[in-house]
Design a protein around this ligand. Sequence first.
Ligand code: NAD
Length: 247
Amino acid sequence: MKLEGKIALVTGGSRGIGFATCKKLASEGATIIITDICDEEKAAPAIKELEEMGAKAKFYKSDVSNFESAQETVNAVIKDFGGLDILVNNAGIVRDMLMVKMTEADFDAVINVNLKGTYNMMKATYKHFMKQRSGRIISLASVVGIMGNAGQANYSASKAGIIGLTKSVAKELGGRNVTVNAIAPGYIATDMTDQLSDKAKDMISSGIPMKRAGSPEDVANAICFLASDDASYITGEVLRVDGGMAM
Ligand code: NAD
């Protein structure tokens, strides 16, 4: 129980990598706050499963791309639970297409959720972590933020931006005992990647040294490590969880 007594907030935590992270953090004793843009009924099965594991869990509907919504949610969590120890910036979207077809709206939509959303949550929790003199911020980047990808100019730019944000805020908050790290997953089997054709899935998998897609649990395990005391001297790091894809 490495996270006993800790309060963890996972954005976009009702499914996929976010939900696997909630379960992993809960299994280590953390209280779980799921925030998501989806309605409460959609997140209800996730909350129920966490409660059945014996965890304390609560859902707040919140849009990371809207700063007021992010700040209101963070304030409510700190008031309701008496603190916040771990922030996982997981909420993200894709709008894949070649740049020749990409509109300004396609670019802005992805930047606003992935990059601005991560900034909003960091900004909304910054003073709390600063005053508390402890905390963990873990944000979901991507290997394409490191190596780029045809058809994902908007998404790759948003994820590269998250890496820059992570390293900058790590430098700002290091002296306050707050670690700030990013995870760069490769190809992970979730709803986000399920829209790919079987042919595309096989092609991507064959290019991965470990020859398979990762699972949400593979990513959740790395997030839980960075959230724990085992990683207390690791900050500003970008940890690839990609089966060697971006090696
Ligand atoms: P997913 O689509 O299964 O889940 C994303 C969650 O984010 C959903 O619950 C969704 O409702 C929520 N969300 C979307 N917009 C939101 C907003 N504005 N405010 C709050 N919540 C919002 O995705 P996933 O595959 O589990 O990915 C999770 C994270 O990991 C994302 O940041 C994604 O970019 C990143 N990632 C995924 C992969 C992959 O292969 N699946 C690879 C690299 C990085």
